[in-house]
Structures are given as structure tokens and as C-alpha cells.
Design a protein around this ligand. Structure first.
Ligand code: SIN
Length: 517
């Protein structure tokens, strides 16, 4: 038998959800292996999170109501209840007590940011931010770089934990499945493949940004966990709800996010004629739900040529020094307005899970962006993704602990043929992104979705032919991306209701050239 490793809990992915699952499994006494493709903290989406993490301020009811409204009333109320019930305790326990994250607040009196502060009826001492579709200021943040201030201490904390072994630059290629139960995964590092047998597996592989030409996700966001789970027979839900962020700076080839917090502080969207347009689209104007703002920005860009974010109503340099730095790095003169457009940001659906992160397959869990908990419905409320990852990560990790690994026969991955032609993955990804951009973007039509399905099926056939005789990380990432693209597109085609991020344009006429030619 090939060499293998064993662990009680195998966590795949190193964002806040994976780290939380690892920590809570370790707290339950499990020994944990955390495998991540990332070679540095920037490889996880959590590192990039700007806005922050929402908590309950004036009691849970208004927070629940805001999540429901932003989702167009499609969020699962039971899941939302779990999120809101656990929010403050999870933030206190992990972010304040364990990691001592120094959220912005009244720095003159650090005592008010004590662990008790969030338990009070009206937490104080923090500089709570506001973002679109939140009816009150409830977002804990550190400037507009909250993600890295949580992610780095979290990684460091776990790196020093006796029960957690972090394997970076290590990709999961395939789950090991036997009679409906998951027993581990085949891991790849430096071109070598080895089974890792686990009592439970927690998928925390993040988003699907690589499926679109422009995304706020880190590179290699190829939906691996969703694809592996789907191939093993797990259920996926709400895959059509791909969220686009409305304000990504379009100044050059390296688009970067301009947090919603900037609009929360008063920034205005203007078209190329200088006209503020959001009041014509929604009564909440710039603070309307994200799907509505994203489509409005796209419409105005198409009509007038450009949309800019006017930051003159606020003290941009004082309040967002990190974004000023980013603008300067990219040569953007923010005082003239920041050119913005929508870009893929977050998948609201994913592998279907319950309130403990359990999938439809025994011993397989999914948390964070790759999971569909029901919290987001058709459109996610800003600054709830770190929170969802934290809450579900903790829940899933403790549930996943307590099982011994079982060593069974693992699937043999093929290495019969030589390495991939150098440009193979690059060229196929280009085609995939073109299909998704043209047919499965902000607006869809039944005809376009059918075109996309045909093109993606052909692409998948070509990729599958290669995976029958070759194994490599880029090839398996491409396989994941094609599988996930098909799941998104098929579920979009099955959903005739235009809601949230799944917007069906009424005009079903062809949209010009075919994406797969
Ligand atoms: C942002 O800062 O605008 C992103 C927040 C989020 O996606 O939740």
C-alpha cells in the first residue's frame, strides 16, 4: 500500500472557517491536520476581507430582519437564528479573548473593549461601522483591512497549537469515499499524492473567483471543496446565487475592492455625467442591497461609460488610510472619484449543510464560503461572511471530533501520461471565464444559460479526458472549476424566479458572439 497519513479531523482550507473548525475540534481533544493550498496568508479569502464582522448591537431582532431583507426574504430563518444567537459569544470567545484582536474603538479606554462589552445589551467602546442594507452600525472592523488583522493572529495561534498540524502548499484532489461515508482525501504536495485518512473531513475551501474574469478572491479560488463533494455525491444548493460586489476599482488590470464601509460613511455613486443615480434605483440609494447596487452600477457603466465613487462627502484619508494607500499604489487619484465596477465576490450557495455543518454524506462537513448554510439566501448581507465562517466553523469542528480514522482502499490517481501541455490549463480557464462572464454573470437569460451549459459540457469532456491519464494540481483545479461552473449554470437554469443575485433579464434575445468559439 502507498504511504499514507492519519488524523482525527482533516480540515481543508485555511480561512476563518477552516481555522475555527480546526480550533474547536482541537478543543474537543481531536488531533487535527489542516491542509491548505495557500503558501502565505494572502492565499485565503479571509485575509482580504475589508469591511469587518457584524455582531448584534441592539438585540438580535433587527440584525435578523436585515439579513432577511437583504436576501429578498429567501434566507432560512432557522439558520439566521443560529448565526445571530451565536454571533456575539463566538466573537468574544475567539476574536477578543483568544486572539485579542484590537478592533477599532475608543483607544483611550481599552477597558471598555473588554470581553464583557459584547455581552451587554448595548455594547460600547467599539467604533461600529455601517454598510449597505444594515439598518444600524454593528460592524466590528480595523480600518478597512479587518480580514488580515484576524487571519494572521489566528494562523499564528494555531501554528503554535500542539494538536494542530498545518500543511501548507498542500492541495486536496479527491475525497476517499466508501459506502456513502467519507474517510479522508488524497492530498498533493510537490507533485506527490498521498491519502490522508480522517475520522471526519471538513471542507473550508472558500470561493469560486477563478470562474470569472474579475473577482475580489485570491488566485486559485477554484471551488475545489464543492467539486470534490459533488463528485462524491453530496448535495449542493443555491449555486446560482453568485454575488458581485458593486465597487471594485477598475483603474488597471489589478482590480481591488473598495469596501462598502465607504458608502456606509457617505460616499456617493456617480455616472460619467457626474449624476448621482442610486436614488433612481432604490429608496436606500447607495445603501441598497448589494445585488441592486451592482446591477445599477453595471447599467450606468454601459449607458454612460464610467461610474465613480465620490468620496468627497467623507474624510476618506482619515477614515480609510489603507484604501488611500491602495489607490496610490495603483495610481488612482481618489480625490477625482474612484472608477468602480462590479466583480465576482462571494458564492451564497454551496455544499448543503445543517446547523452543525454536516453535509448529506456521513463524516463530511463544509463551512465558510464553500458551504450553503441558508444564512444568505439569494443575496448575502455585508460583513456576515467572516461571522458565518466563525460560527459554523466552531460548530462543525466540535461535531467532527471524536471519530477515529479508518484506513481503506483509496482511489488510485493516474500518472500514465506525461505532464500537461504548458498552456492547457491557461487556455481552458480563459474559455471557462468567457462563458461565465458572458452568460452567467449579473444578468442571465434562459437562452444564455443553455448556451453556457453546452459550452461547459464540451469543456468538461476535454478536461475529463486529461484527468483519466494525468494528475496535477492545475489540472484538478481546472476540473473543479468546470464542475462548479456547471453546477452554477444548471441550478441557474432550473430557477426561473429572478431573485437576489440570480437576475433573469426579461429580454431573452441572443447576446452576440458565442463564448466557446
Ligand atoms: C466590503 O468590505 O465591502 C465587503 C464586505 C463583505 O463582503 O461582507
Amino acid at each position: 500500500m502507498t504511504e499514507y497519513s492519519t488524523t482525527d479531523v482533516l480540515v481543508i482550507g485555511s480561512g476563518i472557517a477552516g481555522l475555527s473548525a480546526a480550533l474547536s475540534a482541537a478543543r474537543e481533544g481531536a488531533d487535527v491536520t489542516l491542509a491548505t493550498k495557500a503558501t502565505q496568508p494572502k492565499g485565503a479569502s479571509s485575509w482580504w476581507a475589508q469591511g469587518g464582522i457584524a455582531v448584534s448591537c441592539d438585540g438580535p431582532d433587527q440584525f435578523k430582519q436585515d439579513i432577511q431583507s437583504a436576501s429578498g426574504d429567501t434566507a432560512d430563518p432557522a439558520a439566521v437564528q443560529v448565526l445571530v444567537d451565536d454571533a456575539n459569544a463566538a466573537v468574544e470567545d475567539i476574536l477578543l479573548d483568544t486572539l485579542a484582536v484590537d478592533f477599532d474603538g475608543d483607544r483611550s479606554d481599552p477597558a471598555v473593549k473588554s470581553t464583557q462589552a459584547l455581552s451587554d445589551d448595548t455594547p460600547s467602546g467599539f467604533d461600529f461601522g455601517r454598510e449597505a442594507a444594515h439598518s444600524e452600525s454593528r460592524i466590528l472592523h480595523i480600518d478597512a483591512s479587518t480580514g488580515k488583522h484576524i487571519h494572521i493572529p489566528y494562523l499564528n495561534y494555531l501554528a503554535g497549537h500542539d494538536a494542530v498540524k498545518i500543511r501548507d502548499d498542500t492541495a486536496a484532489l479527491e475525497l476517499i469515499r466508501h459506502e456513502g461515508r467519507i474517510h479522508g482525501a488524497i492530498l498533493e504536495q510537490d507533485g506527490d499524492f498521498q491519502p490522508c485518512y480522517a475520522g471526519s473531513v471538513v471542507l473550508a475551501t472558500g470561493g469560486i473567483g477563478d470562474l470569472y474574469p474579475s473577482s475580489t478572491n485570491p488566485d486559485s479560488s477554484t471551488g475545489d471543496g464543492i467539486a470534490m463533494a459533488a463528485l462524491a455525491g453530496a448535495e449542493t444548493t443555491d449555486m446560482e446565487y453568485v454575488q458581485f460586489h458593486p465597487t471594485v476599482c477598475t483603474a488597471d488590470d489589478a482590480p481591488f475592492l473598495i469596501s462598502e464601509a465607504v458608502r456606509g460613511e457617505g460616499a456617493l455613486l456617480r455616472n460619467a455625467d457626474g449624476v448621482r443615480f442610486m436614488p433612481d434605483y432604490h429608496e436606500a440609494a447607495e445603501l441598497a442591497p448589494r445585488d441592486i447596487v451592482a446591477r445599477a452600477v453595471q447599467t450606468e457603466r454601459e449607458a454612460s461609460g464610467e461610474v465613480t465613487l465620490d468620496v468627497s462627502p467623507l474624510d476618506f484619508a482619515g477614515e480609510f488610510p489603507d484604501l488611500v494607500g491602495k489607490c496610490e499604489e495603483h495610481g488612482v487619484d481618489w480625490q477625482d472619484g474612484i472608477p468602480v465596477g462590479p466583480a465576482e465576490h462571494f458564492l451564497c450557495g454551496g455544499v448543503s449543510v445543517d446547523d452543525r455543518g454536516r453535509t448529506s454524506l456521513d463524516r463530511l462537513y463544509a463551512v465558510g464560503e464553500c458551504a450553503r448554510t441558508g444564512v444568505h439566501g439569494a443575496n448575502r448581507l455585508a460583513s456576515t461572511s467572516l461571522l458565518e465562517g466563525l460560527v459554523w466553523g466552531l460548530r462543525a469542528g466540535s461535531d467532527a471530533a471524536g471519530r477515529d480514522p479508518v484506513v481503506i482502499e483509496a482511489p488510485e490517481l493516474s500518472e500514465r501520461d506525461p505532464a500537461l501541455p504548458e498552456n492547457f490549463a491557461h487556455e481552458k480557464f480563459r474559455r471557462l471565464r468567457r462563458v461565465m462572464d458572458e452568460y452567467v454573470g449579473l444578468e442571465r437569460t434562459p437562452e444564455d444559460l443553455q448556451r453556457a451549459i453546452s459550452a461547459l459540457r464540451r469543456l468538461k469532456g476535454e478536461v475529463d479526458a486529461y484527468t483519466r491519464t494525468r494528475t496535477s494540481r492545475p489540472l484538478y483545479e481546472l476540473r473543479s472549476a468546470t464542475i462548479v461552473a456547471l453546477l452554477v449554470t444548471r441550478q441557474a437554469a432550473q430557477n426561473e424566479q429572478s431573485v437576489g443575485c440570480h437576475y433573469m433579464a426579461s429580454d431573452g434575445s441572443p447576446t452576440g458572439s458565442t463564448a466557446d468559439d
